[in-house]
Design a protein around this ligand. Structure first.
Ligand code: ADP
Ligand code: MG
Length: 692
């Protein structure tokens, strides 16, 4: 007999219900099994009243000792229920005379509900209840009752019945749902089989420890969590394998250009820069694309590392593209790199969204005929109408703003030559190891864990905005001594308009109280040219104070700026604050960061501000940020895949990741035929989307 796989093979499921199920991402019978309960109710046993716990819903039973209508703020019916172990109150705001009469003294009631602490001890508001007759007591459930994520149009009851039917079929082995992990592996890892795990999770027997289930620690859950994380890991392996199946220029370089660049620099690379450069050099010698992520805290000197990598390809006659997420950043790279490379005879090209008309055509031609050797720009570089002549290396700066899929699109750019470019990705947002393992498993990682010498640490203080005048005075005296300062206005991300408004108001206020200072303003709603002009004047010290929104978050480099005021720091994530703060402390002067907060601060805000005051270590801060905010927000919305985890939770399950990595390696080589079905089972559409 062939096994069942379609939803419509279940009794009672027609096209209409099937469509409703699609809304819950349930397309096949197999999907239905992975639509797991998000909690359980225990209606399988009676809890003595004395053992009821606040917040833990339970079945209990007792005799009515009193039922009285109270006329307080709201009329309510208060029923006292007692068993051998204690007394509890039931409270009804909606009730009728018949109900009240039913609950006369001496009647036995069986209830289900969630106890809360009330005025008179534990109270249950509007419990489900029924009257217990000695000759016909209500039955208890044999199993825990699953509660499924539901949606409009499908009731909980309907879902439960469907699942009961499906689970029955699964128990009879009538469903096409193979276990993709071999039996000896399961034994080795002490895991249940797939159908054991699913049968358990849909119908846990009475007596199952609910707490353990809620914490995701039951072996049945672990089995599914591991399988899901494994599928994600494998999908990244697959992406990596796809990219590395391409040809890339294998560059074995004598480093002539690199040495010239180094000789012209006023400083020596740090040990960390040298180590990471060596790792990159080794990758570039391979005939398949490098996929390397360089993590380095703000100011660690990632640009130089990128430039040194570029040298080898330029020398071998290939083009190099460097992409930054914003025009401000791209222009800053343009300025720096033109300064480094033009004296060496390298032609630097430039392409950003704002370049239009004839200038754009010229820029595109220079890219297409190869006369632009090092091309710097924004996303504009990777639009369809941009063709490179011999693209050998793509460098992406501040990677957390680019997703996996955008990275993959880069392959196309060398396609006509049958070569794919090497990829170097640089990020200043340190990614906690656990996250990096799962989100960037397709990349090799290098870490620049050392700052260039001569940096003085940043002193961070938190000051309530009641002391704003003092802070303004501090800006005044710092600027009087020749330093420059940032004043950053923050607002919740969604409202850019408001944020710009806040910056405009602050700039106006500061101009009024500090009329002798040269004060500039930069925010996201200004035209790119205006923004760039303001940034350039600040860099040239034609401005003393720059009032800004978080647009200056990444990469802006003005070493003379040594004071930063951040308004309402409680509104930003830790990693973002650390980024912002990294705009100062780039020169040799002692730098200060003032977190100007609004009272009263919540407990977590205090905690977060404390983390920043205590530490300047991006990795430590990132770990703390991860604890406080969770992985979804940290990685940004573009990192799809991981947001769609169905059973796993990266934070909760972080300790499983090393095991997942080992499993993925083994499976990839030993059971290659299981790879694709696993990816399909857990990622389905998402994975198809990723590989376009
Ligand atoms: P980030 O890693 O934040 O991108 P940058 O590449 O912008 O850092 O470098 C920050 C500053 O440090 C720049 O002014 C750069 O020229 C300088 N720098 C980079 N490497 C060194 C070094 N080894 N010694 C001294 N200064 C350096
Ligand atoms: Mg940078």
């Amino acid at each position: 007999m062939s096994k069942l796989s379609k939803l419509t093979e279940l009794k009672g499921v027609g096209p209409k219900l099937a469509e409703q199920l699609h809304k819950l991402h349930i397309h096949t019978l197999a999907d239905l099994f992975f639509h797991l309960p998000f909690r359980y109710e225990d209606r399988s046993r009676i809890t003595p009243i004395g053992a009821l716990q606040p917040m833990s819903p339970a079945v209990f039973q007792g005799e009515v000792r009193g039922a009285n209508i109270l006329f307080g703020k709201r009329r309510s019916l208060l029923v006292k229920l007692q068993d051998h172990s204690g007394t509890v109150s039931l409270r009804f705001y909606h009730f009728n005379a018949a109900q009240k009469n039913q609950m006369s003294v001496g009647t036995t009631l069986r209830c289900y509900g969630e106890p809360r602490r009330g005025a008179s001890g534990l109270e249950i508001y509007h419990p489900e209840y029924s009257v217990v007759r000695d000759d016909d007591p209500p039955e208890l459930e044999a199993k825990l009752t699953p509660v499924y994520p539901a949606t409009d149009g499908i009731s909980q009851q309907r879902l439960r019945l469907l699942h009961e039917q499906a689970t029955e079929l699964l128990a009879q082995q009538a469903v096409d749902l193979p276990d993709l992990l071999p039996a000896d592996w399961l034994q080795q890892w002490r895991l249940p089989t797939l159908s054991q795990a699913l049968l358990f999770l849909h119908q846990p027997p009475s007596g199952t420890d609910l707490n353990r289930l809620m914490l995701g620690q039951h072996p049945a859950q672990k089995r599914l969590i591991l399988e899901e994380l494994l599928a994600h890991q494998l999908s990244l392996h697959k992406l990596r394998a796809q990219v590395q199946a391409d040809q890339a220029p294998a560059v074995i370089s004598k480093h002539a250009l690199r040495n010239k660049l180094l000789a012209a620099l006023p400083f020596k690379p740090t040990n960390a820069q040298q180590r990471v450069t060596a790792e990159i050099t080794a990758d570039l010698e391979n005939p398949y694309p490098m996929l390397r992520l360089v993590q380095g805290d703000v100011g660690s000197g990632k640009t130089l590392v990128a430039a040194l990598a570029a040298c080898d390809l330029l020398e071998a006659g290939y083009q190099v593209a460097l992409m930054a997420p914003t025009e401000i950043l791209a222009e800053q790279h343009l300025q720096n790199l033109t300064g480094w490379f033009e004296p060496l005879g390298v032609q630097v090209g430039w392409l950003a969204g704002k370049i239009k008309g004839k200038a754009r055509i010229q820029a595109q031609e220079a890219i297409a005929d190869g006369s632009a050797q090092l091309v710097i720009g924004t996303h504009a570089l990777f639009q369809d109408d941009v063709h490179f002549s011999r693209l050998g290396l793509v460098i992406i700066d501040e990677q957390h703003r680019f997703g996996v899929h955008q990275r993959l699109a880069l392959r196309e750019k060398g396609a006509h030559l049958n070569i794919a470019p090497h990829q170097l990705i640089m990020t200043a947002t340190p990614i906690p190891r656990t996250l990096a393992m799962s989100a960037y498993a397709d990349l090799d990682t290098s870490i620049i864990d050392e700052l260039p010498p001569g940096r003085s640490p940043i002193t961070t203080v938190a000051i309530s905005d009641q002391r704003r005048p003092e802070v303004i005075e501090r800006v005044n005296s710092a600027c009087a001594e020749g330093a420059q300062a940032y004043w950053v206005c923050t607002l919740i991300e969604e409202s850019e308009t408001l944020q710009c408004q806040a910056a405009e108001n602050t700039a106006a206020e500061l101009r009024e109280v500090l009329p002798h200072l040269r004060i500039g303003l930069v925010h996201g709603r200004m035209k790119p040219k205006e923004k760039a002009d303001v940034m350039a004047s600040f860099k040239a010290h034609e401005l003393d104070l720059l009032v800004a929104t978080t647009v200056i978050e990444v990469g802006v480099d003005v070493p003379n700026a040594s004071l930063m005021i951040i308004e309402n720091p409680e509104r930003l994530g830790l990693a973002q604050l650390h980024q912002l703060r990294g705009r100062v402390g780039r020169g040799s002067a002692r730098s200060h960061c003032v977190l100007l907060y609004k009272n009263p601060l919540s407990f977590t805000s205090k905690q977060r501000i404390q983390v920043l005051r205590d530490s300047q270590d991006g990795f430590y801060i990132a770990e703390q940020d991860l604890q406080i905010r969770g992985p979804g927000e940290m990685l940004g919305t573009r990192q799809t895949g991981l947001q769609m985890l169905r059973v796993a939770d990266l934070m909760r399950d972080a300790e499983l990741l090393p095991q997942v990595q080992t499993m993925a390696e083994q499976l990839w080589y030993q059971l290659p035929h299981a790879v694709e079905p696993l990816i399909q089972r857990w990622l389905g559409d998402a994975e198809r989307f990723a590989s376009v």
